[in-house]
Design a binder for this molecule. Structure first.
Ligand SMILES: Nc1ncnc2c1ncn2[C@@H]1O[C@H](COP(=O)(O)OP(=O)(O)OP(=O)(O)O)[C@@H](O)[C@H]1O
Length: 443
């Protein structure tokens, strides 16, 4: 089997794009198939090299790799040859109507209570009329003559599906400037690269009806490609996602410090009845089953992703993160702070608190407590027994306990009201820094 993920490099990949990317990869890895990454960059106005590069980076970040790579902009000759074949078969016909004419015709049809689809007037054009138009410097665009049947297929996610071709306009496959449209290039590539399974978003269902017709016209035999359409992902408010809208991009999550395993685990579980568990694509293969995906659109909730990310971070070993921690951060540091992180990036701030220079708030009203704390500072070496012993001594000296004892100390030592357990964190700060911070906090 061979699958493909075929984004257009017209923006940064969003989480909706990531879902079929992951699904294709999982199908390929589960069934020992081949995964092709194809950049559908025929829209030269909107495609950009930085987006193409961004797609590769974002997929790699997710943990996805590909066995084959293709750029549609390199395949013009193949599209020209395929278009020639359709022209010879009388299935691709030239049109000259302008957008205004088409709008006018659509309006007329609407008024007559008919579906506003293209009336195929250009099909009736004589050779003479065609040549006269060319002589008048008009350039044609080309439409595919759709069959008059209903195309049906058994969808891998949605079940039985059909598209009535007569209710659609014949699609334009070649623009007047000679450029090819996605509907066509995609089919030519799918056929020529031997794609056996197409897994993509539900936004393509109507396309699939049209494309099956083109597949059969080009290959001369019944379609053999299996189609599966995944319900679209919506944002947390139920709004649509699109590269054009700059929707929640993978890139942004990556910058914010989300773990890729949280993202892939969340995406794989979305729209199924299972609770998401952070997992790398490789770890998701065994349990992957495309037929379990629900038929209704799923909402991508960043809050749920964050919760999953947090849970995942809290269990990660030092080995798993050490390359991404600030320089000098050791296992003791990681074990002390991991339970307090929402995002790995925050480890940087805690490292400053543990080992760097920080500003602590002045607490003149707590001067007695902080002085008592300074007097009771134990000698080093410090370990997990230091904090309880030290605070017991301060408590005995001041008569304070609970929050009135712990909060001013935490503020003086870390500059924060909340944070890692000081039992494990205090030894990281060490006696010298603790003494300085206590002094500064007295004011
Ligand atoms: N919201 C979504 N949920 C699930 N899949 C989606 C969503 N949006 C796009 N896809 C899928 O992502 C893949 C890549 O599509 P494409 O590059 O056209 O993305 P797009 O966001 O729709 O782009 P554009 O906004 O530029 O039209 C396709 O399989 C498409 O079906």
């Amino acid at each position: 089997m061979k699958v493909r993920f075929a984004p257009s490099p017209t923006g940064w990949l969003h989480v909706g794009n990531a879902r079929p990317a992951l699904a294709n990869w999982l199908e390929a890895r589960k069934r020992g198939g081949t995964f092709l990454l194809r950049l559908d960059d025929t829209d030269t106005g909107r495609s950009k090299p930085e987006y193409a590069q961004g797609i590769e980076e974002d997929l790699r970040w997710l943990g996805l790799d590909w066995d084959d790579f293709l750029r549609q902009s390199d395949r013009t000759a193949a599209y020209e040859a395929a278009a020639e074949k359709l022209k010879k078969a009388g299935l691709l016909y030239p049109c000259f109507e302008s957008e205004e004419e088409l709008n006018f015709k659509r309006e007329q049809r609407r008024k007559q209570g008919r579906a506003p689809i293209y009336d195929r007037a250009a099909l009736k054009m004589t050779k003479d009329q065609y040549e006269r138009a060319l002589a008048n410097n008009k350039t044609p665009y080309w439409r595919f003559k759709l069959n008059t049947r209903t195309v049906a297929w058994r969808d891998g996610v949605l079940g039985e599906r059909s598209v009535k071709l007569p209710s659609l306009s014949d699609p334009v496959l070649i623009r007047a400037d000679g450029s090819f449209l996605y509907t066509f290039t995609s089919v030519v590539d799918d056929l020529e690269t031997g794609i056996t399974h197409i897994i993509r978003g539900e936004d393509h269902v109507t396309n699939t009806g049209i494309q099956i017709d083109i597949i059969e016209a080009l290959s001369g035999r019944p379609n053999r490609i299996y189609f599966a359409h995944m319900p679209l992902l919506l944002d947390a408010e139920g709004g649509p996602l699109s590269k054009r809208l700059g929707s929640i991009s993978l890139r942004q999550f990556r910058r914010d410090g989300i773990e890729p395993a949280a993202m892939t685990g969340y995406l794989a579980a979305l729209g199924s009845s299972r609770d998401p568990v952070a997992a790398s694509p490789r770890d998701l293969v065994a349990d992957w089953d495309i037929t379990r995906i629900s038929h209704s659109p799923a909402r991508f909730d960043t809050k749920q992703l964050l919760a999953l990310n947090r849970k995942h971070l809290h269990a990660l070993s030092f080995e798993a993160v050490k390359d991404r921690l600030p320089e000098g951060a050791d296992e003791a540091f990681w074990l002390a702070v991991r339970g307090n992180l929402d995002l790995l990036n925050e480890a940087r701030d805690w490292h400053e608190v543990a080992r760097g220079e920080i500003t602590v708030p002045e607490q003149p009203d707590q001067a007695d407590l902080l002085r008592a704390a300074t007097d009771a500072l134990p000698a080093e070496p410090w370990d997990e027994a230091t904090w309880p012993a030290w605070t017991a001594a301060i408590g005995a000296a001041t008569g304070k306990k609970g929050k009135p004892l712990f909060l001013p100390l935490r503020r003086a030592l870390t500059g924060e009201d909340h944070g890692p357990d000081l039992k494990t964190f205090l030894p990281l700060i060490g006696r010298d820094r603790a003494a300085i911070r206590l002094r500064r906090s007295i004011g």
